[in-house]
Unconditional design. Structure first.
Length: 138
């Protein structure tokens, strides 16, 4: 398989095998007008199998989404064919408008313009709760 290298853009690497499509949807990569390559089940010495997403454009990636879905990913920023920055992503302590509160009594149900804010309450179980009503996020 031959996937061209990118000249200016982002490579999301070390994605747990099978998570790339979920990230593609949550990051709204389908709305981009640039080439986006998804490599599924690539061999990895470190992980066994992994997914990779290559985006041939410079853009801001929502690191909270990445950290929530797959906290072990790395984000590589490429400029002029060179790796200029490598970021590790971790489980975010707070997320805004990534999860949406399902509690019909929550204030976010009646006040539509309020942001949906969730905080990490248990890192071991990756549990997030709504800051307004403390409903567990799903």
């Amino acid at each position: 398989m031959n996937i061209d290298s990118i000249h200016n853009g982002i490579v999301i690497d070390h994605i747990t095998a099978g998570n790339s499509m979920k990230l593609y949807q949550l990051l709204h990569l389908d709305r981009l007008d640039c080439p986006v390559a998804i490599i599924k089940n690539a061999q990895s010495r470190k992980m066994g199998r992994k997914d990779i997403i290559k985006i041939d454009a410079e853009l801001d990636i929502d690191l909270d989404v990445l950290g929530f879905v797959d906290p072990g990913v790395t984000v590589n920023v490429i400029r002029d064919d060179k790796l200029i920055e490598k970021r590790s992503v971790h489980l975010p302590a707070r997320m805004t408008n990534v999860l949406f509160c399902k509690n019909p009594r929550c204030i976010t149900s009646t006040e539509q313009e309020l942001p949906h804010i969730f905080v990490l309450t248990d890192a071991d179980t990756r549990t997030y709760r709504c800051v307004y009503c403390e409903t567990k996020g799903e």
